[in-house]
Design a protein around this ligand. Structure first.
Ligand code: AMP
Length: 421
């Protein structure tokens, strides 16, 4: 595809100005492909991970069409609805709409659970064009009559695969039944399992399909390593790795909320600034932790999969999988948090011997064999199969993580400490 500019996609000057203010020089591939279809009024099936610029791909044409619409919204009857699986993602989409739509004079609000509904009800009573919502709270407000969907012209279901993974299918279907038949619909998903494909079949009318990376293909620019380590040594390995300042902004994934808290406490005790983010925390606590991480006040954010979904923080240097996810697709989502918008990044996975089946499932899905880091103080030998291919480093390494390897530099000292412990 020819390189192109935003102006050649048919976007209006007010939006082009907002994009310049955000510092975007050119559209990303998903934007290049999707925007012309959407401006032409087509339904769209978008297969793209976060980090590809998919939010702007749907937000820009929707904003442009709403700005040009003859009819203004009435109180409680928005014209565009975006459904997102998590509160964090909904807030980010809302923020993006606000930035991209600066100067268009459209009203918008975000509807999510975990916070008081009163300000949301007040916002809906004004003339709101765009509502970004998580399904549960939106249904509550629909049932209480605070919002009607009968005049929706644009419906966007974002991260549909995660929406289904999180068990929102019934809520989503209930919401869809309240939408008018004639509408413009978009569905975005990082992967396309059969349940998402069948939902797309129900929602979309003769959609165009755009796909920026094959489903479940790992982000190319992420260098990926595996550390074989016993479970009980994982906290010490994490502390060891964090001795290296190259791990400047680190997102650590833990499998449970409890474990996320414990890992954050342990690294805080070791003198590293860290926060945990998970579903048991209040929305304000989650936003606070995210903000500290975004501003660089905490170096490490420990998250569960669900809490981290859609998390959009630039410059994450490393994603660390403290535990491997049960679903290999989650690995793809996790490592997509680094290497965003063209940057490169690094993903380090801690694999205990009982997690080897999960590792193999990830390698099968992504068709990438993770490079094993042997030169680390807690290494345990993995079972067969033996690795046959040359390591990924031979193919993709620049001056990356390997250049440093903490284990290589200080392995003797660490090994003694580990043995003494
Ligand atoms: P998304 O996939 O929508 O979560 O976007 C990922 C990141 O890319 C966000 O930080 C966006 O602000 C950024 N982004 C989106 N479009 C562009 C663009 N055309 N040029 C540079 N950055 C972009």
């Amino acid at each position: 595809m020819q390189p192109t500019s935003f102006s050649s996609l048919g976007l209006i000057e007010t939006i082009l100005r907002a994009l310049r203010a955000r510092g975007y020089a050119a559209p990303t591939p998903i934007q290049q492909q999707a925007i012309p279809y959407l401006l032409a009024g087509k339904d769209l099936l978008g297969i793209a991970q976060t980090g590809t610029g998919k939010t702007a791909a749907f937000a820009l044409p929707v904003l442009q069409q709403l700005a040009g619409a003859a009819e203004r919204p009435r109180p409680r009857t928005p014209h565009a609805l975006v459904l997102a699986p998590t509160r964090e993602l909904a807030i980010q989409i809302h923020d993006d709409f606000r930035d991209y739509g600066a100067g268009l004079g459209l009203g918008q609000t975000v509807i999510l659970g975990g916070v008081s509904q009163r300000p949301q009800v007040a916002a809906l009573s004004r003339c709101i064009d765009i509502v970004v919502a998580t399904p549960g709270r939106l249904l509550d407000l629909l049932e209480q009559g605070h919002v009607r969907l009968s005049r929706i012209t644009h419906f966007i279901l974002d991260e549909a695969d995660r929406m289904l993974d999180m068990g929102f299918i019934h809520d989503v279907k209930k919401i869809i039944r309240k939408l008018p038949e004639r509408r413009h619909s978009l569905l975005f998903s990082a992967t396309m399992p059969s349940d998402v494909a069948s939902l797309a079949g129900e929602i979309l009318h003769r959609p165009e399909r755009v796909e920026v990376t094959p489903a479940a293909t790992t982000v190319d620019k992420v260098r990926q390593y595996v550390y074989f380590v016993n479970s009980e040594d994982k906290p010490a390995l994490l502390r060891e790795l964090l001795d290296d300042p190259a791990l400047s902004r680190v997102l650590v994934f833990a499998r449970t909320k409890h474990r996320a808290n414990r890992v954050a406490q342990k690294i805080t005790a070791a003198g590293v600034t860290a926060d945990a983010i998970h579903g048991n925390k209040s929305q304000n606590a989650r936003q606070g932790a995210l903000e500290r991480f975004r501003r660089g006040r905490s170096r490490v954010l420990v998250a569960t999969d669900i809490a981290a979904r859609g998390l959009d923080v630039d410059g994450i240097s490393h994603v660390i999988n403290f535990e491997l996810p049960h679903e290999p697709e989650s690995y793809v989502h996790r490592i997509g948090r680094t290497a965003r918008a063209g940057a490169s990044g690094c993903a380090l996975s801690f694999c205990a011997l009982d997690e080897v089946p999960q590792l193999r499932a990830i390698e099968k899905l992504t068709r990438v064999e993770l490079e094993m880091v042997r030169d680390q103080p807690f290494h345990v030998s993995p079972p067969a199969p033996q690795r046959k291919r040359p390591p990924q480093s031979a193919r993709t390494h620049g001056a990356g993580y390997r250049g440093r390897n903490a284990a290589a530099r200080s392995g003797g000292r660490r090994r003694r400490r580990a043995t003494a412990a």
